[in-house]
Ligand binder design. Sequence first.
Ligand code: FES
Length: 129
Amino acid sequence: MPQRKRYLFVCVNRRPDGTPKGSCAQRGAVEIHAALKSELQARGLAKTEVRACTSSCLDVCWAGPAIAVEPDGYFYGRVTMEDVPAIAEAFANGTRVERLVLPSNDFDEKTSAPPLPVPQPKPVEGGEP
Ligand code: FES
């Protein structure tokens, strides 16, 4: 396999349900990683240009789901499934999705913009009240 020009590290860290900090996996990062892989493959980028890898915690949990883009050295944050086509398209065009690029204040929890909500698990039908 050739070395790709870029590697995406998609944090798929999962903390136990109810942890106040939440985690990227609880905000949909596993599905985002899978969709990103598919999008990059569909655009013919996966084998030579960009590889989407999974990662453990990137230490910007409050701004997750987070993706580190290397060797460019920037992070995408608060990524949703709806953002995946735009991210792949930007790699195809040699650009980036500026609205998702984390500014320096997002690397400190005290100065970061608010996190995306952690979806609450749906009650199981017929389960305990
Ligand atoms: S859990 Fe994803 S950055 Fe920490």
